[in-house]
Design a protein around this ligand. Structure first.
Ligand code: NAD
Length: 256
């Protein structure tokens, strides 16, 4: 698939899944706008290997005005966004009655409201140019719950719902909106949860194995590269009638 001439914005693309997706889209020829709080120079070097234009914007996605700045930058330096991958996200684990209110607000802002803001800012240009792809990185937690993850599960269910509404509102044009719903992917976000489990007895390998055994029957992590490949597929003509899907990529998590 040739994405030459298209510009992709991947939020939260300085590490993990976002960096994997950005790398695959760049390899397919797209220009890339990166974002996130990690090492932006390393991410630019990784994505820049394929010769396309690569930019970076440091917008904090919990702030609507910074998301607007990001789109002003995209319009000015890239001529707009053709592929929007809403990926930035954070996690916090605690029971509802002990869940810090500021963590709830941050997770809803970054994992859910930013998807609304980026989508509303991307759609006019996509419709005007007659082509667009929106891929929301939701989670299996957009489809089922897990204890101690109230804000994350609520936000990801919200992303799946928003995906369906945007798909309906774009059904009459060549703009599609879909969600990928990964199970466990070994990224910094999940490593933190493994480290928290290992803190009890110091056995990181056992913590990693038990994390998989609880939920993911394949006992293997999904990889950012696999999610990059699926995102590329959703950008293809073959996927033009895939609309409003919430595609679980979870080693069998939801099959039980
Ligand atoms: P990660 O921590 O490696 O990456 C998160 C990215 O988001 C980083 O670039 C980080 O800097 C950025 N970010 C965080 N807060 C931000 C903010 N306020 N503004 C801008 N950028 C911000 O985590 P990941 O595992 O790669 O997660 C990426 C997405 O995938 C998240 O939405 C997450 O919920 C989702 N997801 C992850 C898994 C998993 O197992 N890792 C599973 C399902 C879904």
């Amino acid at each position: 698939m040739d994405l030459k001439g298209k510009t992709a914005l991947v939020t939260g693309s300085t590490s993990g899944i976002g960096l994997g997706i950005a790398t695959r889209l760049a390899e397919a020829g797209a220009n890339l706008i990166l974002n996130g709080f990690g090492d932006s120079e390393a991410a630019k070097a990784e994505v820049g290997r394929f010769g396309g234009q690569v930019g970076y914007h440091s917008a904090d996605l919990s702030r609507p005005e910074e998301i607007a700045d990001l789109f002003t930058y995209a319009e000015r330096d890239f001529g707009g966004v053709d592929i929007l991958v809403n990926n930035a996200g954070i996690q916090h684990v605690a029971p509802v009655e002990a869940f810090p209110v500021e963590k709830w607000d941050a997770i809803i802002a970054i994992n859910l409201s930013s998807v609304f803001h980026a989508t509303r800012l991307a759609l006019p240009g996509m419709k005007q140019r007659g082509w667009g792809r929106i891929v929301n990185i939701a989670s299996v937690h957009g489809l089922v719950g897990s204890a101690q993850k109230s804000a994350y599960v609520a936000a990801k269910h919200g992303v799946v719902g928003l995906t369906k509404v945007v798909a309906l509102e774009t059904a009459d044009c060549n703009v599609t909106c879909n969600a990928l719903c990964p199970g466990w992917v070994l990224t910094p976000l999940v490593q933190q949860q493994i480290d928290a489990r290992a803190a009890v007895d110091g056995d990181t390998e056992r913590a990693r194995r038990e994390l998989l055994e609880e939920k993911q029957p394949s006992l293997e992590f999904v990889t950012p590269a696999q999610l990059g490949e699926l995102t590329l597929f959703l950008c293809s003509d073959a996927a033009a009638q895939v609309r409003g899907a919430a595609w679980n990529v979870d080693g069998g998590w939801l099959a039980r």
